[in-house]
Write a protein that binds this ligand. Sequence first.
Ligand code: FES
Length: 109
Amino acid sequence: MHDAYIKVARTDDIQPGKMKRVEIAGCPVLVAQVNGDYYAVADTCTHEDASLSTGSLKGELVKCPLHGSRFNVITGEVLEEPAEENLKTYALRIDGDYIFVENPNARQS
Ligand code: FES
């Protein structure tokens, strides 16, 4: 049995327009704040093994630091090659001062 949501950060750990990599049960997840809302997607680029949280965030678009693919952090959609696969998105909840993200392992079981 896995908890459905895991506490990953305080809301003020991630300022507007910023992102942070967190790990949920071994899964790297990127949490970003865009226009006052928080979103969670897989942190690993779908092209190769790059951590998107070390790239740059402009509006809702994150740019991969390795070869420049862009993804929408709200929808997970890939917008620029060489990556071709969308990112997984994760449900996210705010409770008080904390951000909770859906446990990817709970989804599989
Ligand atoms: S690893 Fe991200 S675009 Fe190549």
